[in-house]
Structures are given as C-alpha cells and as structure tokens.
Design a protein around this ligand. Structure first.
Ligand SMILES: [Zn+2]
Length: 276
C-alpha cells in the first residue's frame, strides 16, 4: 500500500467550459479528477475538458494505463477525451467504467462524444487498447483501491463513486439533483463515514426553483447530505458557468457557516488520502 493517494482536480466547472477573467481562479474547464495509482496507472474520474491538463503531467516514457470512472455521458463529462493525446498512442490502454444508458452500452455512451460528423475520428479507430465495463453492483478493485457505485437522480441517471484506499475514502457525487428520496438514501449510504465527499453545488438555495429538474443541487443540499452521511470534509463542485470567482467564494462561505470543513474545488486543487 503506497503512503498516500493524491487526487488532482483538473476541471471543476459544471455544464459547459468557460473562459472568463472573473472566473479564472476556480477555472473554466469541466470536471476531471485524477489519482496516480502506480507509476504507469492512473485513475480518472470523469473526462471533462479538464482532462487535457493531465497530459501535461504524465511520464514521457513507457506504456500507460488509465482506469476511467465515468459518472454519466453528458458532454461536459466526456468532452476532454477526444483531445487527450494518450488515446491515440498504441502503447496506452483504457478501461472505462460506467452504467449504460437505456437502450445503449457503455461503449456507445462513451463513443457518442466522438461520432463523425461531431468529431473526425470515431472512438473505434483510435490506436490505444480500450475496454468497457458495466459498473457492477458489488464493490470491485482497481489497483490499490476498492470502488463502489450508486446510481442517482439526474436526467438519464448518474453514478456516484466511492473510492476506498486503506482506511480512508473519497466519494464523487456530481450532477446529482438532491430531494429524490431513493437517490438521497443511496448517496447517504454510499458516503457514510467518508473522509471526503465531493458533491454538486451548482446552485444557491434562492436559484433552485428556476432550475428544478436540471439535475443539480444547492450548497445547502450538499451540506445536508454531508451531515446525514457523517463525512469529515465536504468539497463542492460543478460550479455554474455563470458563477464568478467572487460568487463561488460567497457560496463557499455560506456553506462553511453550516459545515465548517467545506471547500469549493478549484482547478489545480489536490487532496491526499492517507494510506493508513
Ligand atoms: Zn449531467
């Protein structure tokens, strides 16, 4: 067991990538988070446009393996993949874990983002080795971590993932709309006692009436899930594309009043799970 497992946030924005000076501190790239499991093996949570940043931090030599946990197939969670250079390297291999959408497969869900004429090269033409795995009901192992999933409330559905590393644990629950009892219960059970819960907080409580059914949560709902699950630390993510840095600061401050150990995720943020 390595000493610790460090997760790097490459993108934290919800819905669509943005590029505005007043939002540069948190960053405009959409969600992608990575952790290096071994010298040649990376775990990647979602493949939003932030994924491109990872390619600047990879070793230059040797064959690399990437295990992707894909929350769902919406564009903002996959659009980095066609622009990720290792995808075109014969020495690289990719395992994609996801839950197939109704009437589709994991492969068709991932490949949809690269279908001509939307993109010149279809996924099946790339040179790297690809495998597609339907997320199992039981926990499974990827290198030194154990992963389990819960299927939650979002248009077309979304998976939250819990990653256990030794005695410590991290949960990613983005693009979940709180307030649907079965989904809330499943997430609380998944996140029970976790060290870190990364939770969607795209909206303010004052905005949510306008955005009911859009598939996202407020900071208040994120705090309620964190409290109910008894997590140590809350990291809020999926910042609204219209939210400026000052706006995210205010949202974070409001959440901290209720749940002090809260941070708003930003591009470049790192957090380490101890290997205890
Ligand atoms: Zn979505």
């Amino acid at each position: 067991m390595p000493d610790g497992l460090t997760f790097t946030f490459h993108g934290v924005r919800g819905s669509v990538a943005i590029d505005r000076p007043d939002s540069a501190r948190y960053g405009g790239a959409t969600i992608s988070i990575s952790a290096r499991l071994a010298d040649d093996h990376y775990l990647v949570l979602d493949a939003g446009t932030g994924l491109r940043d990872l390619q600047h931090h990879l070793p230059e030599e040797g064959s690399l393996r990437f295990s992707f946990l894909v929350t769902h197939f919406h564009w903002d969670h996959l659009l980095g993949l066609p622009f990720f250079r290792p995808l075109y390297q014969p020495s690289a291999s990719f395992d994609f874990y996801a839950t197939a959408a109704e009437g589709g497969t994991v492969e068709s869900g991932i490949a949809g983002v690269m279908e001509p004429p939307l993109f010149p090269l279809p996924l099946r033409s790339v040179l790297s080795a690809l495998s597609f795995v339907d997320v199992p009901a039981d926990p499974w192992e990827i290198g030194p971590v154990t992963v389990r999933a819960a299927h939650l409330h979002h248009p077309q559905g979304v998976n939250a993932y819990r990653i256990d590393f030794g005695e410590s644990s991290l949960v990613l629950a983005t693009d979940v709309e709180a307030g649907e009892p079965e989904s809330d219960r499943a997430l609380i059970a998944l996140a029970r006692g976790a060290d870190v819960l990364i939770h969607d907080a795209q909206y303010l409580p004052t905005e949510i009436e306008t955005y009911k059914g859009w598939g996202h949560s407020t900071w208040e709902e994120a705090v309620e899930i964190a409290e109910a699950a008894g997590v140590e630390r809350l990291v809020i993510i999926s910042h609204d594309p219209e939210r400026t840095d000052d706006g995210v600061d205010e949202l974070e401050a409001a959440a901290r009043k209720r749940f002090p150990n809260t941070d708003a995720a930003f591009a470049g943020m790192q957090l380490t799970l101890p290997g205890r």
